[in-house]
Write a protein that binds this ligand. Structure first.
Ligand code: TRP
Length: 334
């Protein structure tokens, strides 16, 4: 037995990445991938994105965009097995097998589906309005993603914990039924990233429309920094850095010294405009390299395809092998 731990996570290309995604998800996942004794599998969960993105060009674009973003921030496809979910057909065979071990009641309780039902009820609509079976059985495919590669640890945001628990339950049900240990029981790890506030002070989130995209051009970035909501205290009034969105964002990208320095000056009293300008300059500087890498990748989509394909080719033999064992366990080998 090796001491290596398989760390696996799916990245759903359902929107352009913003700085909240970077601080809360990308950066902590990349740090985790970097730990010794870790074998990371990160993949584009494009078939999961299909539950919400039903426009061909948009899905294509987002898959390139999000893959390029992760690589621009340092995901190294030589170190991380990086692939498209849709390039591993075995996942969809496993999906069916797992569906036969997943009780309907468990799906009824899955929160992504439940949230839609609740919204419909509140709006006085049919509870199942807009719910396709893909959304309903979303956690089954996610269990296939996880169990196919015997993941030990699954770094996820809070909202995905339940899905990892479902994968664990289904794995246990299968193992128990066939008296086997083919599936590793995965554990979730909540990513220890920080939450970044958005332009309006609420959590930065695409659904609030308060985001700063990772790779906005310089002018847009500047405008966004200046649009952060601040109070109307006069320029020279002392300001509490701990009660300031501008500082909260600044702190995440600055060195300790830079952060202490700006905090000190805010307490003494500098204008919000000055602080926003400093935030803009810091972000523009910090994001310059990754932005360049992102643009280079996006100008050469064939390279992104080749990298992802190579990842899939390295991952698939493992999937085939496990799928073979599963067929044998269920009585379908011949
Ligand atoms: N559902 C996850 C999300 O929305 C993405 C995902 C798909 C995933 N398959 C996975 C995460 C497997 C971890 C493991 O963020």
């Amino acid at each position: 037995m090796s001491d290596e731990q398989i760390v696996l996570t799916g990245i759903k290309p359902s929107g352009e990445a913003h700085l909240g995604n970077y601080i809360g998800a990308i950066e902590p996942a990349l740090q985790m991938a970097d730990r010794p004794e870790t074998r990371p599998y990160f993949f584009m969960a494009d078939y999961h994105a299909l539950t919400t993105i039903k426009d061909q060009e948009r899905l294509k674009h987002l898959t390139y965009d999000v893959a390029a973003t992760w690589m621009a921030f340092g995901l190294d496809p030589d170190e991380v097995l990086f692939y498209r979910q849709s390039d591993i057909p075995e996942l969809f065979e496993l999906n069916w097998v797992l569906a036969c071990f997943c009780s309907k009641g468990l799906m009824n309780r899955a929160h992504a589906y439940k949230a839609t039902v609740e919204q419909n009820k509140e709006a006085g609509e049919d509870p199942d309005k807009g719910v396709d079976i893909g959304l309903y059985t979303y956690p089954v495919l996610m269990a296939a993603d996880i169990l196919m590669f015997n993941a030990d640890l699954v770094p996820v945001g809070e909202d995905q914990i339940q899905h990892v628990e479902i994968a664990r339950d289904v794995a246990g049900a299968f193992n128990h039924n066939y008296d086997t240990d083919l599936f590793t029981l995965p554990e979730h790890r909540v990513r220890e990233g920080s939450t970044l506030p958005g332009l309006d002070g609420r959590k930065m989130s695409a659904s609030y429309g308060n985001t700063i995209p990772c790779f906005a051009d310089t002018d847009t970035l500047k405008d966004l920094c200046f649009s952060i909501e601040t109070d109307s205290s006069p320029r020279e009034a002392p300001k509490d850095p701990d009660d300031s969105v501008v500082f909260d964002i600044y702190e995440q990208f600055a060195t300790d010294e830079q952060a202490d320095d700006l905090a000190g000056r805010l307490r003494e009293g500098i204008g919000w405009g000055d602080a926003k300008l400093e935030l803009f300059e810091l972000l523009d500087d910090q994001l310059e390299e990754p932005r360049r890498r992102y643009e280079t990748l996006m100008d050469d989509k064939a390279q992104i395809d080749a990298l992802l394909k190579d990842g899939a080719e390295r991952a698939r033999p493992k999937a085939r092998e496990l799928m073979g064992d599963i067929r044998e366990a269920i009585g379908m080998d011949r």
